[in-house]
Write a protein that binds this ligand. Structure first.
Ligand code: TMP
Length: 408
């Protein structure tokens, strides 16, 4: 047991495992000699509020700053996904020119640009200036700030209460999550709706996708833990949808308590979570053991291929790859180069001890290596479809987590 406390309920937390010294996952570096920040990546589980969380979190300014590397619009599939969420929300909640939509963690405006095109009043809030600048160029109204009770109060005074608050792939990024949930409750109309979407704990446990865990992913949420958090502020989840994005996400529909009936889908999801043991620390102890097995399997596979003289490259440098590379001890002696299409990563090196050069994915078509590790495994269909020539030329893809294997 550790003496660390759950950030939501403040009770003592069960420490599960350490991934060892890790850099900030998105801190891609320009020069191999650049000084890097490392911290001990440890995870824990709270049996009171059922939150799965990273125990010690680096200072938020180290993670979310003017150089934030993750650009949501790098995937066309994700663009469609958020357009659909916008279209459905406009229809379901009858949003119009008198409504007010707030997005917490608006990134490069991937969701709000569609709301803006429909002339619906909106505000995106994001802590990273570079992504706010991109969103502004799309015409999106943004506030470069951390969302909390204070900024929520300021927004309320300036714009009024919100009909819809959306937060996608952000709830797992915010240390002071109580302040976010409380801020949302202050800013939401009585009959308003909050929609959040984040990687699902259920899917992470099912797939053993430990690469979801890194400094910026300080929580992996479940229905049970989200209900505990929002329950503190008199709100509840009334509906849920699951999708396969980011390796499996849950979309939660949250409203003020007793305003809407709880859907059957929520009941079913709750049952699924209970049968997977997502309220028991023993489940997460098993998960921790499996992570060590995964590490051995991947590093042995890559070392074997390398000893046979094979050339290995990587595809996609998501934040997830930082956890895999550093936990498994994979560096530029094993993987020559990683291809990625994010302007914020190209020409840089992967963080930590891995230090692998990142090249533009347009150059991948010239790649003659025998193996390619698909670090962006959650975009498998989109990438394999786009890069058919690699397979045609005899190249083989390797999946680095879950069912670690060479795709034949
Ligand atoms: P994500 O899993 O966090 O969305 O990150 C995916 C990474 O993979 C991101 O750095 C962009 C990169 N990527 C490509 O290089 N090509 C692609 O076709 C896709 C979908 C992603």
């Amino acid at each position: 047991m550790s003496n660390k406390n759950c950030r939501v309920c403040k009770k003592e937390i069960d420490e599960l495992m350490s991934f060892g010294k890790m850099p900030i996952a998105n801190s891609f570096i320009l020069d191999k000699k650049d000084k890097q920040f490392f911290f001990d990546l440890k995870i824990g589980f709270c049996e009171t509020f059922f939150t799965f969380q990273v125990i010690e979190i680096p200072d938020k300014k180290k993670m979310f700053n003017e150089n934030y590397a993750y650009l949501a619009s790098t995937s066309s599939v994700m663009k469609n996904h958020w357009q659909e969420l916008g279209d459905n929300s406009i229809k379901n909640y009858r949003l119009n020119k008198k409504s007010f939509v707030v997005e917490v963690g608006s990134n490069d405006g991937i969701f709000l640009e569609n709301i803006h095109k429909k002339m619906i009043p909106h505000l995106g809030v994001d802590a990273s200036k570079n992504v706010c600048d991109i969103a502004k160029k799309k015409g999106v109204n943004v506030l470069n700030a951390f969302f909390n009770t204070e900024s929520a109060d300021n927004i309320k005074k300036k714009y009024g209460l919100a009909d819809l608050i959306v937060s996608t792939n952000t709830m797992h990024h915010i240390e002071d999550i109580n302040s976010v949930a409380e801020g949302m409750s202050l800013l939401l109309k009585d009959d308003g709706v909050i929609i959040t979407e984040d990687p699902s704990l259920k899917e992470m446990i099912k797939k053993n996708s430990y690469d979801q865990i890194y400094a910026e992913h300080m929580y992996i949420w479940s229905l049970a833990s989200m209900n505990s958090l929002f329950g503190k502020y008199n709100m509840e989840i009334f509906d849920i949808e699951n999708n396969f994005f980011h390796g499996g996400c849950s979309r939660y529909f949250i409203g003020k308590k007793d305003k809407r009936p709880i859907s059957e889908k929520v009941r079913l999801h709750e049952k699924d979570e209970n049968s997977l043991g997502l309220k028991n620390v023993s489940t997460f102890k098993k998960f921790s053991k499996s992570n060590h097995k995964s590490k051995t399997k991947l590093s042995e596979l890559l070392k074997k291929l390398k000893s046979e003289g094979k050339k290995i490259v990587g595809y996609g440098a998501p934040a997830k790859s930082t956890t895999i590379l550093n936990f498994c001890g994979i560096d530029s002696n094993i993987i020559d180069v990683i291809y990625d299409n994010s302007s914020t990563k190209i020409g840089k090196f992967t963080p930590g001890k891995s230090l692998i050069k990142i090249k533009h994915s347009d150059e991948f078509r010239f790649e003659k290596s025998q193996f390619c590790v698909l670090f962006a495994w959650n975009h498998k269909e989109e990438i394999l479809n786009k890069e058919k020539n690699f397979t045609k030329n005899g190249g083989k893809w390797i999946l680095p987590v879950n069912d670690i294997k060479i795709i034949e």
